[in-house]
Design a binder for this molecule. Structure first.
Ligand SMILES: Cc1cc2nc3c(=O)[nH]c(=O)nc-3n(C[C@H](O)[C@H](O)[C@H](O)COP(=O)(O)O)c2cc1C
Length: 313
């Protein structure tokens, strides 16, 4: 079953959840353009802001949209974020990092679908057994926390291992790439980086211009933001601070107990750096994006990005 049939939408594409980038305006524009969209709950500082955003989108459209939840222990707000999604009956949840067991159990009671980020077929089988409605297969071209396999190998492998639909995430920026992924048997695509340079995105003009002017060769992988590999633009500031862990970080990362604290410290520091760079002009530019920015040549409204992505001209 394709994503458009699962959600009753026109086009089987998710405007992917992006930390600091996704907001209600982007979701509304995506729904109007015939695709769906999801926002990370973490983009809202308070639960009441999250609830207001969900209600605002629902008032605008009755089309389906989702909320992205980090489901491991690092997310101390998970319980309240989930409660907001259950109370306000969002259409689906995208889970990232950690076991989605509790989320699936609670969402089933409310008929809310759960799509789970996976990096390999082991994780895919696990979430299928827990009752997930689809997997989001993160491949090695994805922006943000990327996967390990390329889409051409990963989608067929997952098709032979699980029965639930496979939504492919990573490396789709034009019609040809979109069709290639769908022809491999994907139920849909989750597309992020190219939407950063959209009129509706709330990030700084500097960040959007960076998406336009930098290309695939400028994307590097760093562990300095959250402790997990994450794609960023190789700005002079990123070159200055480097992408490799320091000796101290390496020692901390090897020790199980210390690793937990290091990840927390790194995540907090890394998120603050990202937050500052996303919204203000700063020489400390750390901008998260994937290699698909290669295809972005201008800042466009979401309606136009969707049109160009889904038509053959
Ligand atoms: C700036 C940025 C922030 C992201 N933040 C999140 C996030 O908060 N949660 C999540 O599950 N995925 C996040 N992702 C991953 C996207 O949801 C999606 O998997 C990815 O963008 C797909 O690859 P693409 O960028 O090549 O389209 C992020 C990606 C980017 C580029």
């Amino acid at each position: 079953m394709k994503l458009n049939e699962i959600l009753n939408i026109d086009i089987p594409i998710i405007l992917a959840p992006m930390f600091l980038v996704s907001n209600a305006d982007m979701v509304k524009a995506a729904l109007d353009a015939g695709i769906t969209a999801a926002i990370p709950a973490l983009n809202y500082k308070t639960n009441s802001e999250l609830r207001t955003a969900i209600q605002e989108i629902k008032q605008h459209s009755n089309k389906p949209f989702g909320i992205n939840l980090i489901v491991n222990k690092s997310n101390i707000y998970l319980k309240n974020q989930l409660q907001a999604c259950l109370d306000l009956e969002v259409d689906y949840i995208i889970t990232a990092l950690g076991s989605p067991r509790k989320i699936i159990d609670q969402c089933k009671k409310k008929n809310i679908k759960v799509f789970c980020d996976v990096l390999n077929s082991y994780q895919a089988k696990k979430v299928e057994n827990l009752g997930a409605d689809a997997v989001i297969a993160l491949n090695n071209s994805a922006g943000g926390h990327l996967g390990i396999h390329n889409a051409k190998d990963f989608i067929p492998e997952l098709l032979s291992e699980v029965k639930i639909p496979i939504i492919s995430a990573g490396g789709v920026a034009n019609y040809k790439q979109y069709k290639e992924v769908m022809n491999l048997g994907a139920a849909g695509c989750s597309v992020g980086s190219i939407f950063i340079a959209s009129t509706e995105a709330p990030v700084s003009l500097e960040y959007k211009n960076a998406i336009v002017h930098y290309g695939a060769k400028d994307i590097v992988i760093t562990k300095k933001i959250s402790g997990s590999p994450c794609t960023v633009i190789n700005t002079p500031f990123v070159q200055k601070i480097g992408t490799k862990e320091t000796v101290f970080e390496k020692i901390m990362n090897r020790n199980k107990r210390l690793k937990k604290y290091l990840r927390f410290i790194l995540a907090t520091r890394g998120m603050n750096k990202l937050r500052n760079a996303a919204f203000k002009a700063s020489y400390k530019s750390i901008w998260c994006a994937g290699t698909s920015i290669e295809e972005v040549n201008e800042i466009r409204p979401i309606s136009k990005i969707v049109k160009q992505l889904t038509s053959d001209h």
